[in-house]
Design a protein around this ligand. Sequence first.
Ligand code: URA
Ligand code: CA
Length: 433
Amino acid sequence: MRMVDIIAKKRDNGELTKEEIQYFIDGYTKGDIPDYQASALLMAVFFNDMTQTERAELTMAMVKSGDEIDLSAISGVKVDKHSTGGVGDTTTLVLAPLVAALDVPVAKMSGRGLGHTGGTIDKLEAVEGFHVEITDKEFTDIVNRDKVAVIGQSGNLTPADKKIYALRDVTATVNSIPLIASSIMSKKIASGADAIVLDVKTGDGAFMKHEEDAVALAEAMVSIGNNVGRNTMAIISSMSEPLGYAIGNALEVKEAIETLKGEGPEDLTRLCLELGAQMAVLGGAAESLVEAKEKLQAVIDDGQALEKFKTFLKNQGGDPTVVDDVSRLPKADYQYEVKSKESGFVEEIRAEEIGIASAMLGAGRQTKEDVIDLAVGLVLKKKVGDPVEVGETLAVIHSNTEDVSEVEAKILKDYKIGSNKVNIELVRQVITG
Ligand code: URA
Ligand code: CA
């Protein structure tokens, strides 16, 4: 086989075989195929797309390029959730104990990553003592007994994706549905998921700004998952404003606790019930999404979900008393209220920019070496559709530095206030296989 023939075939809009896709992935991962040939193929895919079969083969070839996590020692259907990335997205912290309370095993592998706030592990580390450095055996035992645990990423997962993603970044081929879908799905499958729930965000704060692109991506991922034997469902949800009120690590832990008590923000609660219902159905805990939502609401109402969160924290060394006393979480030295200079309705809160404001306070990392300040962040007091008067508080800045004038000015710019009462439709579509 020759790489040049594979490139020519895709250039002429042909369908690549399983062997041709494997030849490319193996050769490129090993360094036998040079960047210029890989780039040419990626650009041909960008223009000519891939069939559903090609997408599934590409995904599995990337899965096979590295280690695969074996979760077979854990009984039950292991359902994983993936979000395409939002601002103030506290859903994982809520969903892990919530779904586990229905006896669906949540065996989560998580990373730290870069972003406006930390990843799930950073957030959980805001709870004193909580750690993810547990052995594979401990991880398995905990999930079998209590249905929920989080472990740090280990092993060499999908090296082909790492290399290809980096190449796409510098060859203007990131924005391609077959390439994004296979990239995301390969990582989920290599992490051992039997079933996958996807939260594909759309809107200003999302990777996919337009809804039709988000739908196309969701359909592509659902199709790949189901083609390779992983039950997969997706939700298209709005990122036209940050999710919930809190953006920041300890602040989001507090928000997750409130949500598990049934006292959380309406949008975050709604999305957690929608995603949780899909996880419960795929995990076999309910026959329908309607039944699943009722069961999830029941474990919130009777306190089982909150109890599960305590167990989860305690199992991994965390202080479970934070659940009943959130003042035990790290607190910033200064709280500063950002007051509106206009009256009207909040028409828009630019999610991406609000995320950046939170990062400016130190809530996230720009480089791997950055140290996160777990206490800092933002708490929104007004959301889209809310009326606001001059002098009313839009958001509270939690900071460990005294001068927050730059962040304040930024938040005032990111809140668009006008005369229209806008209503955001949070859950836009549900996509099942
Ligand atoms: N996220 C990924 O993991 N891969 C992509 O290709 C795009 C976003
Ligand atoms: Ca939030």
